[in-house]
Design a protein around this ligand. Structure first.
Ligand SMILES: [Zn+2]
Ligand SMILES: [Zn+2]
Length: 415
């Protein structure tokens, strides 16, 4: 096709073109090229969400979600969302897109949901875990155990544990409503039953320290061995024994305490009171012997316990009023002649020397105590107990000292 008759020429215009030009001149006014096609169109007004929804033939919610989700190009003008038709056309040409799910949070959305969507704070895990506060309720094997108090009584001295009735089977009107863990003593039978259940946590009931009696089976029923008790946390004694079964109680039993546990408690408490080691047999024994022939048993005692018994003999006979004049004891002891070779133990273990136990030995009853066989046995007992305690303290000192040093270096640590 070489000839193009429909193209408008400058010289020969068609009647339709003349009419168009006249109309254009009327509408747009003079000054602009009336025949310039749509090169500089009048800016089209932006589309609102409703306009866009109508144009796309979808709901306004869909359009708003597409825009907020960033799937559909939009512009924010203040708090309004506006679109260019060209953006919608381009989006349609590219195949459109799905509405993002879940719908983005609106400012009016529930604050709980908005908070849940927030990313976790990064600083939290770095802080050391706080000790769990007692909750008074714990779930063991699907059974909810809680503290029970006898609602029938005015004052509560004993607390039990159970779901609705105490584990020990005691009768009463049991109250389950608890606002806080009690300070009262825990029922020993419930405590023992509780500790025997695997998965229980005594600390959740505020129980941290209990007295532990080992159980023995005589006949059908296991009974606690009353010969001696230990201290501990219910699972392990302070002296390190784990093998049970144990009968637990919060009340101090009226029996002898395990030597190791007893001294372990003293060692633990010595930071609270520097003179705590005073009560015998925690300190060395100072024996001041009256002048005269020396009893061979005294010499023997000093020789066999050089770290626990310090013996000295006065050069001059002690005065009659000496025994009740303790102020004169120390200078007299210092002036006396040493018997045997006493080796003073570590002062960090024994405490101050002025607190050591002192004794005057004399054949004269008005001056001191006579050294007979009974007294010799007593001193022997004392010396061996002191030595045993020192061995324990030395061991614990070795264990505790590095931990304390580490705590001072590295800030707060585990006690
Ligand atoms: Zn009970
Ligand atoms: Zn023990």
């Amino acid at each position: 096709m070489t000839d193009e008759p429909s193209l408008p020429q400058a010289d020969e215009e068609s009647p339709e073109a003349v009419l168009l030009r006249a109309l254009s001149l009327l509408l747009r006014g003079a000054g602009s090229d009336p025949l310039a096609p749509a090169a500089a169109p009048v800016p089209e007004p932006l589309l609102s969400v409703a306009d866009a929804a109508g144009y796309l033939n979808v709901s306004t919610t869909t359009v708003r979600n597409l825009a907020i989700g960033g799937k559909l190009r939009s512009a924010r003008i203040g708090d309004r969302i506006r679109f260019r038709r060209a953006w919608l056309d381009a989006w349609i040409d590219e195949g459109g897109g799905e509405v993002p799910a879940p719908p983005p949070p609106e400012p009016r959305a529930a604050p709980a949901r908005a908070q849940a969507a927030r990313p976790p704070r990064p600083a939290r895990p770095k802080s050391p875990p706080k000790p769990k506060p007692p909750t008074c309720i714990q779930s063991v094997n699907g059974v909810e155990l809680r503290l029970l108090s006898d609602a029938g009584r005015g004052t509560v001295y004993t607390w039990h544990a159970g779901d609705t009735r105490p584990l020990c089977g005691a009768d009463g009107r049991w109250s389950r409503s608890l606002r806080r863990c009690p300070v009262a003593t825990f029922c020993a039978r419930c405590l023992t039953a509780l500790a025997a259940m695997p998965g229980t946590d005594l600390s959740l009931f505020g129980i941290g320290h209990v007295y532990m009696l080992r159980m023995t089976t005589r006949g059908a029923t296991p009974t606690p061995i009353r010969a001696g008790y230990h201290e501990g946390d219910g699972a392990k004694t302070l002296c390190g024994k784990r093998e049970g079964p144990w009968a637990l109680t919060e009340r101090k039993p009226q029996t002898r305490e395990c030597f190791d546990c007893d001294h372990r408690v003293r060692w633990r408490n010595r930071d609270l009171d520097s003179s705590f080691l005073v009560p015998r047999p925690m300190t060395p024994l100072c024996l001041l012997v009256d002048a005269g022939p020396l009893d061979p048993r005294v010499v023997d005692l000093a020789a066999r316990h050089p770290g626990a018994v310090e013996v000295r003999q006065a050069a001059e006979p002690l005065p009659e009023d000496f025994s009740w004049q303790w102020a004169r004891w120390d200078p007299a002891f210092a002036a006396a002649t040493p018997v045997g070779s006493f080796q003073a133990p570590d002062a960090s273990i024994t405490g101050p020397r002025t607190h050591w136990t002192k004794w005057t030995l004399s054949d004269r009853s008005d001056v001191g105590t006579q050294f007979d066989d009974k007294f010799a046995d007593r001193m022997e007992d004392w010396a061996t107990t002191v030595e045993r305690a020192y061995a324990l303290y030395a061991r614990w000192h070795r264990e505790v000292a590095p931990r304390r040093a580490g705590r001072q270096r590295g800030g707060p640590g585990r006690a």
